[in-house]
Design a protein around this ligand. Structure first.
Ligand code: GLA
Length: 330
């Protein structure tokens, strides 16, 4: 009898414990993390760090890839239906700004943006939505300075160098990055006329490859090349296009922005390629910190800072470990 009671109490305890866990899980905040290009290593890293925040703080992270406008709106409704409390988003098109703000409100979701800042109908940044982006102009300038220094080091004559600017000017952070690079190149004496604008139709390697191929074919007069763009994928596209046209690895200098797997894979190749360097930015701050800020906002009503712009550091084959350590990514 005693042992029967014992068993029964034990079972009851287990039931109560599982009810407790279920209640706790139901109590856990739900936070969405929506990104425009889920296949890009940068965004996978952001998700990875947001997951770390979810584990540490005890919330459920709902990750959704949103490659287009209709996916964005459906995903926000979906979060509303799941009774999430807020979400962080990198939109596929910043002009969706007002629609995203309205949808979030309709679903009573707190909203933060990451990487790409929303704009309103007049193209002005929507300042009421907390945002974390990179200091795009400065990082672009570092790209340009690195290219100018490397041209000098190789003793190339600037007039014999063609610069491929892989552009995506409809995205303000992309324009600021590439304008920053052009500005520091010309400040260093690089001829502005040698900067060739190569617009990409999408921000991926394939679109950059196509854009660069056109610029290269149209400008056979140059002896050497440099390439820059909004991210590593853009510059890798340009470097691959140059290789495809028989330009040797030591005749092109590409400097990207990002520093995640796309760049690291390139640096890991035994033979040096034209992808000279990248400005390492922080997926940890953009993934972990935004997620924690959203959690705090939900839990304690502490509104995140309206604008945070993160910095970057130059990374080449020679200093990978040191720079990653400095950025807290080792
Ligand atoms: C944009 C780019 C990404 C990445 C982030 C960083 O969203 O498309 O590749 O560079 O900015 O903020």
């Amino acid at each position: 009898m005693a042992s029967k009671i014992h068993k029964w109490v034990g079972a009851l305890g287990m039931v109560l414990a599982s009810i407790g866990t279920a209640a706790q899980a139901a109590d856990e905040p739900k936070i969405g993390f929506l990104v425009k290009q889920a296949e890009e290593p940068w965004f996978q890293d952001e998700w990875k760090f947001a997951e770390q925040a979810a584990r540490e703080k005890g919330f459920k992270l709902i990750k959704i890839g949103v490659p287009g406008g209709s996916e964005v709106l459906t995903a926000i409704d979906n979060l509303g239906a799941q009774q999430a409390q807020g979400f962080i988003i990198c939109v596929p098109d910043v002009k969706l700004g007002s629609a995203v703000v309205a949808k979030a409100k309709q679903n009573r979701l707190k909203l933060m943006t990451v990487d790409d800042r929303l704009v309103d109908g007049a193209g002005k940044p929507i300042e009421s939505v907390p945002h974390m982006g990179i200091s795009a102009q400065k990082i672009g300038e570092l790209v340009g300075q690195t290219l100018a220094d490397e041209i000098k080091k190789r003793a190339w004559k600037p007039e014999e160098v063609g610069a491929i600017r892989i552009s995506y000017d409809q995205l303000p952070t992309a324009k600021e990055r590439t304008d920053g690079a052009s500005a520091s190149l010309t400040r260093a004496g690089f001829p502005a006329a040698n900067i060739l604008n190569a617009p990409q139709s999408k921000t991926d390697t394939e679109a950059a490859f196509n854009a660069a191929a056109i610029a290269l074919t149209k400008n056979p007069r140059f002896k050497h090349w440099i390439a820059f763009g909004l991210n590593d994928e853009a510059v890798l596209g340009a470097v691959r296009a140059a290789e495809g046209q028989g330009i040797k690895a030591d005749q092109i200098i590409g400097v990207g922005i990002g520093g995640s797997k796309s760049a690291l894979n390139e640096f890991a190749k035994p033979a040096v390629t034209g992808f000279f360097g990248t400005v390492l930015i922080s997926p940890k701050r953009h993934g972990y910190e935004t997620a924690v800020n959203m959690y705090d906002w939900i839990k304690s009503g502490k509104e995140p800072e309206k604008l945070i712009l993160t910095a970057g550091s130059l990374m080449t084959r020679d200093n990978i470990a040191a720079v990653k350590k400095e950025m807290g990514l080792d």
